[in-house]
Design a binder for this molecule. Structure first.
Ligand code: C2E
Ligand code: CA
Ligand code: CA
Ligand code: CA
Length: 278
């Protein structure tokens, strides 16, 4: 009993108190940032391996705080997720991404924008309606939008998530399974989800082509995607050796620093104008 008491007391160490305070102040800052419209959407091109042309891009959020610093999503998405702020934040990102893409469509009619959908957004009952409203308002055709989901997002409430994903698919929106290979039951979801695209996680691309295990896994994932008639995107491609390896395997699309890091909208528009990267 004495030991227990001691442990309980330790729940309230000054260090932990400081953590709670930090968390609360970050949560407050996030709320303010939403009101002040401090979130920017950057775009990273996806390039068709066959033609070397930009065929789409992933929308990636950044937070430009009032002091001008650019904050990585890794530093605020987890808390936004925990607090539910990801719901209004996700809507802002989707709205901006759809508006920007609608503009760029004039000269690039097949462009597809990919937007990340987080686990918490699936708990929203009106997710489908929200997305359809944003598409309508921006004038972006549903087929030019792809949603990137992770296995974690689906697992949380599998039945509800599957129903929503089927509705999105029926509305003409594309679906990609993100971070493939890093989750728990990849093959289960491959069988269940109405997917268009598989994204190979950067972890399996990093050590290509020299690491034999990475090479074997990447090869298998790509042929699995082909057998299932899915597009397959390799993320985190940083060098020519990786590109050549993936090209030989007919990986459909490549995304990574080799072509471009995520860039602000106007810079992405310039990449589109020069659209012949490979
Ligand atoms: P993700 O969905 O796996 O996105 C890919 C991440 O890999 C991005 O990091 C991108 O900048 C980075 N990346 C791309 N190519 C390379 C490369 O060649 N080398 C390396 N080292 N990294 C590369 P970023 O932008 O920092 O985003 C991190 C994560 O934050 C994303 O991982 C995603 O899970 C989350 N995230 C970003 N934006 C959003 C959003 O709007 N909504 C939600 N729910 N999550 C988001
Ligand atoms: Ca595509
Ligand atoms: Ca993603
Ligand atoms: Ca990833």
């Amino acid at each position: 009993a004495k030991e227990e008491g001691k442990n309980k007391y330790q729940l309230f160490t000054p260090a932990m108190n400081a953590k709670v305070v930090h968390r609360l102040s970050l949560e407050n800052s996030l709320r303010k940032a939403l009101e002040r419209d401090e979130f920017l959407v950057y775009y990273q091109p996806k390039v068709a391996t066959g033609t070397g042309r930009i065929v789409g891009m992933e929308a990636l959020v950044r937070w430009q705080s009032s002091d001008g610093r650019l904050i990585s999503p890794l530093d605020f998405i987890p808390l936004a997720e925990e607090t539910g702020l990801i719901i209004p934040l996700g809507e802002q990102v989707l709205r901006k991404a759809c508006r920007d893409t609608k503009q760029w469509l004039a000269k690039n009619k097949d462009l597809v924008v990919s937007v990340n959908l987080s686990p918490r957004q699936f708990m929203q009952e009106n997710l489908l309606q929200t997305i359809m409203d944003i598409l309508q308002e921006s004038g972006l055709p549903p087929a030019q939008l792809e949603l990137e989901v992770t296995e974690g997002a689906v697992m949380f409430n599998e039945q509800a998530a599957l129903a929503t994903l089927h509705e999105l698919k029926e509305a003409g929106i594309r679906l990609a399974l993100d971070d493939f290979g890093t989750g728990y039951s990849s093959l289960h979801f491959l069988r269940k989800l109405p997917l268009n695209t598989l994204k190979i996680d950067r972890a399996f691309i990093m050590e290509l082509p020299t690491d034999p295990n990475s090479a074997a896994i990447a090869t298998i994932i790509i042929s699995l995607a082909q057998a299932l008639h899915l597009e397959v995107v390799a993320e985190g491609v940083e060098n020519i050796a990786q590109l050549e390896f993936l090209r030989r395997l007919d990986c459909t699309e490549i995304q990574g620093y080799l072509f471009s890091p995520p860039v602000p909208g106007p810079a992405f528009a310039e990449l589109l104008n020069a659209n012949q990267l490979l």
